[in-house]
Design a protein around this ligand. Structure first.
Ligand code: HEC
Ligand code: HEC
Ligand code: HEC
Ligand code: HEC
Ligand code: HEC
Ligand code: HEC
Ligand code: HEC
Ligand code: HEC
Ligand code: HEC
Ligand code: HEC
Length: 317
């Protein structure tokens, strides 16, 4: 490749200045130089003149890309053209033919849509979190893939992790009904309180198994990472006996007080402590509990230590 094979400045301007400036926020170095000499000129240019064209000659890195770990050396000011080209090539592949043709788009891996996924996974498959992509709820496909959530060149810098949007907003953009429950239901977890986001309970990349839940290191439900006081151990446990938090609570939002699965607390208890007759609660609540009397129906008025107790086998205190 030599200088003569490079497209002339005037020839290439109209072909790519617009899409790149608009879509990528890449600056256009030559035009910027001519019209506004004070605008920054990529360091790539001088080296490029000697060695032939490089990506940085025609595409300036977007600010988002410069901050990305993918930029490596190319993101720093004064990066050599070779470093920039190597960074670009790690995803777009060898761009020589593309450059020699003056930027023919058909001669470079475009990576738009789900097509990028296999490229991303060449590096990211090693981590446990991402290998679950094959099995998790967001297993790569056209509807959900790396690019629906991440953008290499145009991410929201404040959101971090190359995300297209802040995570809760991102999740809400597809899971509208879950998200709206958090806003409209009378009893909910509140975003921001205690640092709560969708990611407090879910792993974005999903895992094989229940709802991509972000289990604690000990393998417990994510609830316990915040409500650690309920973990016990209790001398007289209950919540562990009952299964887990989700035997009695819904996680997101509910019309019922305390996010309970039932509107009346006795109905919840009777799921396991079944009432047999109208005067007793069968094998569950003892016959001393006269269920015809309203005072017995609000079980947690007396059984206050409903998650477990260190003092009362009947969970009374
Ligand atoms: C001579 C100038 C020039 C050089 C050098 C150059 N490109 Fe391009 N590139 C273009 C132009 C012009 C387009 C836009 C083509 C279009 O929109 O039809 C483009 C488009 C692209 C696209 C989008 C393809 C698509 O299908 O939308 C990618 C990706 C790309 N270039 C990557 C690179 C990489 C990586 C390098 C370095 C290896 C590079 N370019 C070097 C001019 C160049
Ligand atoms: C980590 C992988 C990765 C690296 C590294 C990377 N890109 Fe990209 N690039 C992508 C993906 C994915 C897309 C398609 C999605 C998009 O448009 O954001 C893309 C799109 C593009 C496009 C087309 C944008 C459009 O909207 O038409 C250009 C041009 C481009 N990249 C140039 C570059 C250049 C130049 C470099 C090096 C400075 C580079 N890329 C480095 C992943 C990468
Ligand atoms: C050539 C290897 C390579 C390829 C291909 C690659 N990455 Fe990366 N990526 C890395 C390295 C290295 C890091 C930084 C170390 C780490 O966090 O694993 C990184 C970090 C990230 C991060 C974390 C960013 C941060 O701010 O912490 C995201 C998100 C990411 N990559 C997404 C992608 C996506 C999406 C693609 C495909 C378009 C992709 N990567 C392709 C190597 C690669
Ligand atoms: C449903 C949206 C979504 C999809 C699809 C997605 N990600 Fe992510 N990714 C996220 C979120 C959200 C984070 C931030 C996690 C955090 O901050 O805890 C993240 C973080 C990352 C990180 C930083 C390290 C980490 O795990 O925190 C890498 C690397 C990454 N993603 C790569 C990928 C790759 C590669 C793909 C495609 C195979 C992909 N992601 C698909 C939402 C997604
Ligand atoms: C681009 C759209 C999209 C985005 C963004 C997205 N999801 Fe999903 N999600 C889906 C699709 C599609 C499915 C699989 C179909 C289904 O079960 O609804 C799914 C499935 C799930 C499931 C499993 C549901 C089930 O019934 O098995 C959970 C949990 C989930 N997503 C949580 C999240 C979280 C948390 C985020 C934010 C990090 C997120 N999603 C971002 C589209 C998306
Ligand atoms: C307090 C923890 C927590 C938070 C915060 C949370 N989830 Fe969930 N989510 C769960 C649990 C636990 C389940 C499983 C429920 C079950 O199996 O009965 C679940 C189930 C889901 C499901 C599948 C079932 C359904 O209801 O459709 C989706 C989709 C989902 N969550 C998306 C989200 C999104 C999007 C956000 C943020 C807007 C979010 N979640 C916030 C804990 C949480
Ligand atoms: C990120 C921390 C966090 C996680 C994880 C979490 N919670 Fe909470 N939870 C809170 C905070 C803070 C409150 C106080 C109410 C609010 O959100 O304003 C709360 C309130 C509650 C309440 C009482 C609601 C009311 O208004 O009376 C219940 C019940 C509850 N959480 C159950 C759960 C369950 C079940 C899980 C697991 C699916 C869980 N929590 C996961 C932080 C968390
Ligand atoms: C056997 C059913 C059951 C199980 C299992 C259960 N809870 Fe509860 N939880 C309740 C009831 C009933 C209340 C309401 C108590 C009341 O009315 O005072 C409650 C109330 C709460 C509250 C509100 C604060 C309080 O103490 O009143 C939080 C937070 C909570 N539960 C979290 C959890 C978490 C986290 C788990 C799992 C570790 C869990 N619960 C397991 C039945 C249960
Ligand atoms: C998902 C099933 C489940 C639900 C719902 C449930 N429990 Fe239990 N509960 C159990 C199990 C299992 C035990 C342990 C029984 C044993 O050891 O024989 C238990 C034990 C108890 C005990 C201790 C005395 C005993 O029999 O060992 C009391 C008191 C109790 N439950 C009250 C309640 C109340 C009040 C509610 C409603 C707020 C409730 N339970 C909801 C499953 C449940
Ligand atoms: C007025 C207070 C009060 C209310 C309300 C109440 N209990 Fe009890 N419960 C007790 C006392 C006191 C004991 C232990 C003494 C006994 O065996 O009567 C007990 C014992 C129990 C036991 C353990 C039985 C055994 O044989 O060891 C269960 C299970 C139970 N209650 C469930 C319930 C359920 C379900 C409700 C709601 C329908 C309820 N209780 C409402 C006071 C109450």
């Amino acid at each position: 490749m030599n200088a003569a094979s490079r497209p002339s400045g005037s020839g290439r301007i109209p072909r790519f200045a617009l899409p790149l400036a608009v879509l990528l926020t890449f600056a256009f170095p030559l035009a910027a130089q001519a019209q506004a000499p004070q605008a920054p000129v990529p360091a790539a240019k001088e080296g490029a003149a000697a060695e032939g064209p490089t990506c940085g000659d025609c595409h300036e890195q977007s600010p988002a890309f410069s901050r990305s770990p993918h930029a490596a050396k190319a993101g720093k000011t004064g990066a050599t053209p070779a470093a920039i080209e190597a960074a670009c090539a790690s995803c777009h592949g060898d761009g020589k033919a593309h450059m020699e043709a003056g930027g023919d788009a058909s001669l470079i891996k475009s990576l738009k849509g789900g097509a990028a996924t296999s490229t991303c996974l060449t590096c990211h498959i090693d981590s446990n979190a991402h290998s679950s992509f094959k099995t998790g709820p967001h297993a790569a496909g056209q509807a959900v893939n790396c690019e629906t959530c991440h953008s290499i060149h145009a991410s929201d810098v404040k959101a971090g992790k190359l995300l297209v949007k802040e995570s809760t907003e991102l999740c809400s953009s597809c899971h509208g009904s879950v998200a709206s429950g958090f806003k409209t239901m009378p009893v909910t977890h509140h975003f921001g309180r205690g640092g709560l986001t969708c990611l407090s309970c879910h792993n974005a990349h999903g895992r094989a198994g229940r709802e991509g839940l972000a289990y604690t290191k000990a393998g417990e439900l994510p609830c316990l990472s915040c409500h650690a006081d309920l973990r016990g151990p209790h001398v007289f446990p209950h919540q562990q006996n009952a299964g887990d938090c989700l035997s009695c609570h819904v996680p997101h939002a509910s019309p019922n007080s305390k996010l309970l699965t039932r509107s009346r607390v006795d109905q919840l208890c009777f799921e396991c402590h079944s009432p047999i007759t109208s005067t007793t609660a069968g094998s569950g609540p003892p016959s001393s509990h006269d269920l015809r009397s309203a005072r017995y129906r609000n079980c947690t008025v007396c059984h206050t230590a409903i998650h477990g107790s260190n003092r009362s086998p009947e969970l009374l205190k």
